[in-house]
Design a protein around this ligand. Structure first.
Ligand SMILES: Cc1cc2nc3c(=O)[nH]c(=O)nc-3n(C[C@H](O)[C@H](O)[C@H](O)COP(=O)(O)OP(=O)(O)OC[C@H]3O[C@@H](n4cnc5c(N)ncnc54)[C@H](O)[C@@H]3O)c2cc1C
Length: 272
């Protein structure tokens, strides 16, 4: 095995905050970028758009001279003025766009009694500067482009997939089949629906499935689980999941135990 391959398999990174971490199976491309990740930068709020009372898009502008070294699927971490201790103040949010011109798009849900989301809904104004580090994270597209992708998410868990999907089609990555399965409660909170419908009508290899738990949609009402369970299980498929624990736990169990998918073919980004 070449030294470079060994480095991909077992590699240590000591970042500038002294955190010593082993990265397993993370492409060198991402590792190299992450060595510089913990630097804090400022981002200016340039637009805020509300879909519903609980879902909003926030657009941030970062100095174009800063190389953000973004890989679709990654997130940024804010240091928000909402607490004394570091862990009380830090919150991560997936980047929902391809980060063109250092404009970051976030897609945020307001959590009942949530301190960070309350701040991001009630206390930020256009022109305000927020402090963040990143992008970082290893929830990114596989390097093997012969894989089929099943992308499963609930609510704002769609954010990293929007970034990945736009990247796939704008750079023509030849994944044979991509299924996006999105779950939410109501029609009004189907995020980015028009965009995904449009991509579906252009690309034969892209399918978009929506599950609404609180009202019927296209003759169906229920959870994401019933939708991916209905897909034919095809060899050579990677299942990528994003959202909160209740959905991820159930999906990992269903896929690996009920559907017999190898655990190595199921990866996820856990929001909390
Ligand atoms: C890598 C990563 C990426 C993330 N990306 C996004 C993103 O793109 N968009 C986004 O909206 N969030 C995202 N999150 C979640 C985000 O970081 C915060 O956890 C979330 O905004 C809640 O923070 P809070 O301070 O408002 O709530 P907290 O004060 O931390 O929590 C309040 C309570 O609500 C519970 N809770 C938190 N979130 C939910 C939820 N959605 N539903 C039900 N209960 C909940 C908590 O368990 C806690 O009991 C991401 C998290 C991670 C780790």
């Amino acid at each position: 095995m070449l030294i470079a391959e060994l480095l991909i398999f077992y590699s240590c990174i000591i970042d500038v905050e002294g955190i010593y971490t082993y990265k397993y199976l993370i492409p060198l491309q991402v590792q190299n970028k992450q060595k510089y990740m913990p630097r804090w930068n400022n981002a200016k709020v340039i637009d805020v758009q509300d879909w519903t009372k609980e879902h909003r898009r926030i657009f941030l502008e970062v100095d174009p001279n800063i190389d953000l070294a973004f890989v679709p699927g990654q997130f940024i971490t804010f240091d928000l003025p909402i607490g004394e201790k570091r862990l009380e103040r830090w919150r991560s949010y997936s980047i929902a766009n391809q980060l063109e011109n250092n404009i970051i798009e976030l897609c945020i849900v307001k959590v009942p009694n949530g301190r960070a989301s309350k701040y991001l809904f009630e206390h930020i104004n256009i022109g305000e500067e927020l402090v963040f580090k990143g992008p970082s994270g290893t929830f990114i597209l596989p390097q093997d482009h012969s894989l089929n992708l099943v992308l499963i998410c609930t609510g704002t868990g769609v954010a990293p997939f929007r970034s990945m999907i736009n990247h796939i089609f704008s750079t023509q990555i030849p994944f044979p089949k991509i299924d996006l399965i999105f779950g939410t409660k109501y029609k009004k909170s189907i995020l980015y629906k028009e965009e995904f419908d449009a991509l579906c009508s252009i690309h034969d290899n892209f399918n978009y499935h929506v599950a609404l738990s609180r009202e019927p949609y296209l003759g169906y009402q229920g959870y994401v689980h019933e939708l991916y369970e209905k897909l034919p299980t095809i060899e050579n498929t990677l299942y990528m999941l994003c959202g909160w624990q209740y959905m991820i736990d159930e999906a990992v169990q269903n896929l690996t135990q009920n559907q017999g998918i190898d655990r190595s073919k199921v990866v996820y980004e856990l929001y909390g």
